[in-house]
Design a protein around this ligand. Structure first.
Ligand SMILES: Cc1cc2nc3c(=O)[nH]c(=O)nc-3n(C[C@H](O)[C@H](O)[C@H](O)COP(=O)(O)OP(=O)(O)OC[C@H]3O[C@@H](n4cnc5c(N)ncnc54)[C@H](O)[C@@H]3O)c2cc1C
Ligand SMILES: *[C@@H]1O[C@H](CO)[C@@H](O)[C@H](O)[C@H]1NC(C)=O
Ligand SMILES: *[C@@H]1O[C@H](CO)[C@@H](O)[C@H](O)[C@H]1NC(C)=O
Ligand SMILES: CC(=O)N[C@H]1CO[C@H](CO)[C@@H](O)[C@@H]1O
Length: 740
């Protein structure tokens, strides 16, 4: 569909593809042959070659067509479904490019190349697949069977390989397939899109030259996200000279939301997902101007009393004080958090309806949209309306009005200390300009790079919970608590299809939640149930795989699909450290048995909610569990009586739940994801138990502060943005008093 120019965002060009030379042409062909087995072209045996298609007998093929269209209210024509089934992703340049983009930044790409090499030989193939002929010469059917057998293999390395192939294929398909649009009606641009007014940022620009460029200010803030934004506003309004730097670049509302591939590239760290070391969890963190605040889902929660008590009991009375109430109130008012403009989409309504039918606590959740109805589900890729009052829209502009200065494209490399090694006097980093056209996709040769040193009386690190500890470690801050105690709020997903027209990409992403299970251990650990974002890659990259036919059918049902998360307040934690080669954050975190027990409770609860709201298929994202599909056309679901637990009224469903518990959510094979990183430089009452003191000052150092989610004493239990902002409000006001 062609929209008039004023109704579509300005395109953000992509850089040239990365080099694919970490694998040979043969190795690439082997990979794509395997990916054909994950998401195949499907066609009738009599008419198409089995080398390029998963071929079915006429009756099988007819059945598939029937299954594919029957669940759809406004089903596309048979011919268009056939065309979609015949579509072979690996023939599509866009699909191949996304696979290349993913693998080029995968730390394990060398290992992968070795395996592909082995598979290309007869003996290697025999060993790994049981076939003498390499996969490129096998029919698609056999390739599909090979991946199935790997995914059930007793060898963890083969299961991990299967998981990696499945995730790569699902993500690339969701990012690139034109059929999400043509069959489901999804568009990258929200309905009635119109760019809001952006703030006219004037970024500091440094001339080219060999030497180090030096700048002086009162306060330098590293990171323009939720913590940095609030700190900048407070300090600038108090009359101090402030410079905010971010490694990311600013994208005005006229460029937002971006199409998926550009969004993943420019708005997130590490192409959209940072994997933990042993691939047990994928982490999404914001990486553009505005940080996580540019991509978050507008959910506003105050820190709950039980968490405030827990933190106060750790020797941090701040959290029970009225001063902290004031911090939260100030933030709340400024971002305009409110429930009054909410219009729930299908997924949010199902969560409320289902909870009510089961007698569970659930409610609507405040949005930072200043009471405007903001019926848009694509903020995950940036918000074009500028209605959401995030750092780039609200906090930093206010700081700018008060005289703060800004620098995009500046990656802080280290903190500079005075000769005592204790007192911070600034930061040093590498600045990369835009090109002469103002673009950032062109090669470095067309842009200026310069080492810049920003001298300051106070240094605030607000790089988020992955980068902040990394920067401190690389600068020689020795406290071993720096980087420890990383919490992730790990989630498991549950998807379900519904008969009715869902259009899952529309409507506010999280406008409701269920907190019935938030305190499962009586110490404040448990799960919250929340809806998830439904732009195609966000839900499809995480789908479990039950073979090629199912993968194709599911994509066809996108318009009828909903996904939720069981979000765990994790008691246990992991660790962040700097990659010795790249200097980027690496994460060592595996959801503990204690915590994932809670996640699994949440998965079961979500499945019950889907059951009582009439889902036609329930699909927890746990590898190896077949979806629940009612065999009675939903009759038992319709007979469900409010207040009853369906586990005790429907034996079929009960048996399936039993299977669910048996399959379990053991990492790395089941899928955990995090959008909430916290605690990696935690606040403490003494240097032996944390990284910063109760004022946010790094223990053992002077003039050096942290103000972001990494100072949380433990997991917040609620979506963290408002808590980050409230703590940053507290810390930055303290710094301002000190400067005076
Ligand atoms: C997809 C998504 C949805 C979310 N939705 C919600 C929600 O609805 N509600 C909610 O409460 N929370 C939500 N969150 C979480 C919330 O956005 C984060 O908790 C919050 O942004 C954390 O703030 P921060 O200041 O710690 O870090 P961030 O906001 O992540 O900011 C860190 C900034 O520092 C910059 N930086 C890092 N290292 C360097 C360096 N070396 N040099 C220069 N700059 C650097 C980064 O580029 C980034 O811009 C969401 C997060 C994601 C990813
Ligand atoms: C992942 O790493 C952690 C910590 O190193 C370890 O305890 C865990 O067993 C690993 N998990 C897997 C599945 O390898
Ligand atoms: C939720 O419940 C209301 C009231 O019973 C009903 O009208 C509505 O259709 C339900 N919505 C969904 C999405 O289940
Ligand atoms: C796109 C989006 O929802 N951004 C929001 C993230 O969080 C901040 C903090 O309130 C909001 O102001 C942003 O609007």
């Amino acid at each position: 569909m062609d929209l008039p120019a004023e109704h579509t965002p300005v395109a953000t060009p992509m850089p040239d593809p990365p080099s694919g030379d970490f694998m040979t042409v043969e190795q690439w062909e082997t990979i794509f042959a395997l990916l054909d087995g994950v998401i195949p072209a499907i066609a009738e045996a009599s008419m198409f070659s089995e080398k390029a298609h998963l071929t079915l007998s006429t009756s099988e093929y007819e059945k598939l067509l029937e299954r594919g269209t029957k669940s759809l209210l406004e089903a596309p024509s048979r011919d268009s479904v056939k065309e979609f089934l015949r579509y072979r992703p690996s023939d599509d340049e866009a699909f191949r490019l996304d696979v290349l983009n993913t693998l080029a930044i995968t730390p394990q790409r060398k290992q992968l190349a070795k395996i592909m090499n082995l598979l290309g030989t007869h003996y290697g193939s025999l060993l790994l697949t049981g076939y003498w002929s390499p996969v490129t010469q096998q029919p698609v059917k056999n390739r599909e069977a090979i991946i199935k057998s790997w995914s059930q293999s007793r060898l963890p390395s083969l299961r991990m390989l299967a998981k990696a192939l499945v995730t790569t294929a699902h993500k690339a398909h969701a990012m690139s397939s034109p059929y999400f649009g043509s069959l489901s009606g999804y568009t990258d641009v929200p309905v009635n899109w119109k760019a809001g007014d952006g703030y006219d940022y004037k970024f500091i620009h440094v001339g080219s030259g060999d030497g180090v460029h030096e700048i002086s200010t009162d306060v330098v803030i590293v990171g323009s996200g939720c913590g940095g934004g609030v700190s900048a506003k407070n300090l600038a309004e108090a009359g101090h000279k402030v410079i905010v730097v971010d490694k990311g670049y600013y994208f005005p509302p006229s460029q937002l939301p971006m199409p998926q591939s550009a969004g993943a590239k420019y708005l997130y760290d590490h192409g959209g997902v940072t994997m933990t070391d042993n691939t047990s969890a994928g982490i999404a963190s914001g990486g553009a101007w505005g940080g996580g605040g540019t991509v978050n889902w507008s959910v506003c929660f105050r820190l709950q009393d039980f968490v405030r008590e827990e933190w106060a009991a750790k020797g941090l009375p701040l959290f029970k004080s009225s001063e902290f109430d004031d911090c939260q109130d100030r933030v709340w008012d400024f971002i305009g958090a409110s429930k009054s403009g909410i219009r729930h989409n299908h997924r949010n309504q199902v969560l409320l309806n289902g909870s009510s039918k089961l007698g569970w606590k659930a409610d609507a959740v405040e949005q930072n949209t200043a009471s405007k109805e903001h019926y848009c589900g694509q903020c995950h890729l940036g918000c074009g309306s500028a209605e959401k009052r995030g750092p780039a829209v609200a906090w930093l502009p206010a700081a700018g009005e008060a005289g703060a200065e800004f620098m995009e494209g500046f990656e802080a490399k280290r903190i500079i200390f005075a000769s005592d090694g204790v007192t911070a006097i600034g930061v040093e980093g590498l600045w990369t300009s835009r090109d002469s056209e103002g673009q950032i996709h062109t090669p470095l040769s067309s842009r200026t790079q310069r080492t810049v040193r920003i001298k300051a009386k106070k240094v605030i690190i607000s790089g988020g919970s992955l980068w902040t500890p990394t920067i401190l470690q690389k600068s020689g801050v020795k406290n071993p608590n720096v980087g420890k105690y990383l919490h992730l709020h790990p989630v498991n997903f549950v998807s379900a299809t519904f008969q009715e027209d869902v259009r899952p990409w529309e409507g506010g992403i999280i406008t409701s939640y269920c907190d019935e299970f938030e305190n499962l251990d009586r110490k404040g650990h448990g799960v919250k149930l929340e809806p998830s974002c439904m732009v195609p890659y966000a839900t499809f990259a995480m789908q479990p795989w039950y073979g090629g036919q199912d993968a194709k059918l599911l994509a066809l049902k996108y318009r009828h699909l909903n996904t939720w998360v069981a979000l765990t307040r994790d008691r246990d934690s992991g660790r962040v450290y700097a990659d010795p080669k790249t200097g980027e954050p690496r994460v060592d975190y595996t959801t503990s048995d204690f915590d994932r027990d809670h996640t699994l409770e949440g998965v079961q609860a979500l499945a019950k909610i889907c059951y009582v709201t009439g889902a036609t298929e329930i699909r927890p994202h746990l590898g190896g569990l077949e979806p629940f599909v009612p065999d009675d056309g939903g009759e038992r679901q319709r007979q469900h009586v409010a207040g009853k637990d369906p586990e005790f009224t429907d034996p079929k469903f009960a048996a399936w739940l039993k299977q669910l518990r048996k399959v379990d959510n053991k990492p790395p094979f089941s899928i955990f994801v995090s959008a909430h990183q916290m605690g990696s430089c935690r606040m403490s009452s003494s240097p032996s138990s944390g990284a910063v003191d109760p004022n946010g000052k790094v223990w053992g150092h002077e003039n050096l502060y942290v103000a972001d989610a990494s100072v949380f004493p433990s997991a917040s239990g609620v979506n963290p943005m408002v808590t980050v902002m409230s703590i940053a409000d507290w810390i930055s006001r303290g710094i301002s008093r000190e400067l005076k």
